[in-house]
Design a protein around this ligand. Structure first.
Ligand SMILES: Nc1nc2c(ncn2[C@@H]2O[C@H](COP(=O)(O)OP(=O)(O)OP(=O)(O)O)[C@@H](O)[C@H]2O)c(=O)[nH]1
Ligand SMILES: [Mg+2]
Length: 305
């Protein structure tokens, strides 16, 4: 069995190659810091998807330090970049909002195919391993076979799935599920929802209705709304994330498919832009391929071999 840290390192090795190794290549053999070198660094950071704003900030702060002769050796720049990236990720870190009495209701939202159902299944496994009781709600009543897909995860993780027929009102499923979780005093209710485009107003309104419905049964539910984002979409995920955060009350992000992309720098761009913490990252298709996101571990795994 791989340790969590090894799995993290393996899951982000493409990002490491696309970000840290490229920065190292730029710095390699350089004797002094000049404007060409700084421009090249900025370009490298932007192409590694950390976002234009973050890249500009980092370079701005480096240029100031160079001007004030606080740094002179190119080899020091790698560490400055590392510290800055960590600072961005830590700035939006905050504790999870768990319910004072069970259940804690967590709504999983996002565009089509981002990994909501898979992540819901992985989370069921993880929470159970932490000793919590879990219930799943199949609130994607839209896509054919979506309910069955969640039920496969229910069997795999030995978790009960609250479901209705395909085509049922997703809010009705949530109503049942929150009531069931409350009656059973289940610690965590995970609600899988249908994929929706952030540009479709009626579908975004449907999410709002689901949240209202949950609230009718448990006053402060849903306690968390997690936006599941496909990391391979890089900067394109930013607009989705912004819209969902504005209209669906997103409280946390989950970046999936980091194993398949060099665009993992996007975690920095998104946290900085939205000031919403990343909760977990997905690094594969199996139940164990979901890792809690910890800024320090993420950055040190990127920067240390
Ligand atoms: N490599 C990799 N694949 C993943 C990860 N997370 C999800 N997937 C795969 O992505 C595909 C889509 O996942 P789903 O969980 O069905 O996505 P969804 O958001 O529920 O899709 P819709 O319900 O259709 O909107 C599946 O083939 C998953 O196995 C991940 O972290 N890494
Ligand atoms: Mg799904």
């Amino acid at each position: 069995m791989l340790s969590l840290l090894d799995r993290l390192k393996q899951g982000i090795q493409k990002t490491r190659a696309g970000l840290v190794n490229k920065v190292e290549d730029v710095l390699l053999g350089k004797k002094e810091i000049d404007s060409d070198l700084l421009d090249e660094l900025e370009y490298t950071l932007i192409t590694a998807d950390v976002g234009v704003k973050t890249a500009t900030d980092i370079l701005e702060s480096i240029r100031q330090k160079v001007d004030r002769q606080l740094v002179g050796d190119p080899s020091e720049l790698r560490q400055l970049i590392r510290e800055h990236l960590l600072g961005v990720l830590e700035a939006s870190d905050r504790p999870l909002q768990m319910a004072t009495a069970p259940p804690t209701v967590i709504l999983m939202v996002g565009v089509n195919g981002s990994g909501k159902t898979t992540t819901t299944g992985k989370l069921a496994a993880r929470f159970q391993a932490e000793g919590k009781s879990v219930l799943l709600a199949a609130a994607d009543t839209f896509r054919a076979a979506a309910i069955e897909q969640l039920e496969v995860w229910g069997e795999r993780t030995k978790t009960i799935v609250i479901r209705q027929a395909q085509g049922a009102d997703p809010s009705a499923v949530i109503f049942d599920a929150v009531q069931a979780a409350k009656a059973r005093k289940t610690d965590i209710l995970l609600v899988d929802t249908a994929g929706r485009l952030h540009t479709k107003e009626n579908l975004m309104a449907e999410l709002e209705k689901m949240r209202r419905t949950a609230r009718r049964v448990v006053e402060d539910a849903p306690h968390e709304v997690w936006l599941v984002l496909d990391a391979t979409t890089g900067q394109n995920g930013l607009e989705q994330a912004r819209k969902f955060t504005e209209s669906a009350g997103v409280t946390g992000l989950i970046l999936t498919k980091l194993d398949g992309t060099a665009k993992g720098g996007v975690v920095v761009a998104i946290t900085r832009e939205l000031n919403v913490p990343i909760r977990y990252i997905g690094v594969g298709e199996q139940a164990e391929d979901l890792l809690p996101f910890e800024p320090e571990k993420f950055i040190s795994s990127l920067f240390e071999s």
